[in-house]
Design a protein around this ligand. Structure first.
Ligand SMILES: NC(=O)c1ccc[n+]([C@@H]2O[C@H](COP(=O)([O-])OP(=O)(O)OC[C@H]3O[C@@H](n4cnc5c(N)ncnc54)[C@H](O)[C@@H]3O)[C@@H](O)[C@H]2O)c1
Length: 291
């Protein structure tokens, strides 16, 4: 695993000059920042997003800075709309060089609560899967074709698809997530830098590698063979520590509930303060306190 400091993330960005990038979800957040940076280095940016106002703003900001960008209203879950997006890129700029399936939504609906209508379970809300998975699969499938259209065999070939994944803490119970509060989150410019580094690094050995962005640290480049062991081990350790904390917290709150009934409120409030202090102490390494 190699650490790539922030000031190295744009080392190969000059290769972006005149490249055509299709990026979804660039009206906001990570996609917007990535689109702005891509355009600063001379890429022609083609944005597909549901948010027309936001996408227009990204395009305006790129053009004000002297860059080139277009957008099309596109719902990534609709195949035909994504085809239209790639067609726009090729008709306007002649080719597609980099594809970033970035559009995504946070968890929609509540999978773990079964609701009922007329006494029967209601179908769960699967929009998150439709956008984050099916949408990204459509974009990647189209990339397989459009990255080869009008490809100049003589040119310095820069063709890339950069996929974004998440180790979302939603897999962890709410109580355990409390322990994450206060841990600094990855700054969006670093994520944009990592996407650009991933797309532009000319070393063929970096094809198919993973980039790991921890909450507080540099971008790590993880070779394919190390990915499973290194990253999953880390997630596993962190999730287990958090789950242990969560079950401990549940135990203490049940105990405090009983004590409250027996002893009354003031003593229990003191107890809560002690529990919080203990949980903090037990998880001080996780919370990043200096040794
Ligand atoms: N923010 C995080 O902590 C985080 C962590 C890991 C991965 N991600 C992933 O990174 C990507 C960007 O996240 P973000 O935080 O910038 O999100 P964001 O909400 O700021 O931006 C997402 C963009 O996607 C667009 N979008 C949503 N549904 C769409 C659809 N059906 N069709 C077209 N566009 C659609 C939105 O309009 C928005 O512009 C997402 O795929 C997200 O899952 C985010």
């Amino acid at each position: 695993m190699t650490a790539i400091p922030d000031d190295k993330l744009y080392d190969y960005a000059s290769r972006l000059k005149n490249r055509v990038v299709v990026i979804t979800g660039a009206a906001n957040g990570i996609g917007r920042e990535t689109a702005l940076q891509l355009a600063l280095y001379g890429a022609k940016v083609v944005i597909g997003d549901l948010d027309v106002l936001g996408a227009q703003k990204t395009v305006n900001d790129i053009e004000s800075a002297g860059g080139t960008a277009v957008f099309l209203k596109c719902n990534v879950t609709v195949w035909e709309e994504q085809v239209a997006l790639f067609e726009l890129a090729t008709s306007q700029f002649g080719a597609v060089d980099i594809v970033v399936p970035n559009a995504g939504v946070a968890e929609l609906g509540t999978f773990d609560t079964v609701t009922f209508k007329d006494g029967k379970p209601v179908k769960p809300d699967t929009r998150t899967l439709e956008v984050n998975l099916t949408g990204a699969v459509y974009t990647t499938h189209l990339a397989l074709h459009y990255l080869g259209v009008d490809r100049d065999p003589e040119a310095d070939t820069l063709k890339a698809v950069v996929l974004i994944g998440s180790m979302d803490t939603n897999i962890i119970p709410i109580a355990a997530r409390l322990f994450l509060a206060g841990i600094p989150l990855t700054p969006v410019p670093r994520i944009a830098g990592a996407i650009i580094y991933a797309a532009t690094n000319p070393d063929p050995e970096t094809n198919g590698v993973a980039f790991l962005l921890t909450d507080d640290g540099p971008v790590f480049m993880v070779p394919r063979e190390e990915f499973k062991m290194g990253v999953y081990k880390m997630i596993d350790e962190r999730a287990n520590a958090l789950l242990k904390g969560a079950s401990g917290l549940g135990y203490y709150f049940r105990l405090l509930g009983d004590l409250r009934r027996i002893l009354g409120k003031p003593i229990v409030m003191t107890g809560i303060a002690l529990v919080v202090a203990k949980m903090y102490w037990d998880h001080r390494e996780l919370l990043g306190e200096p040794e």
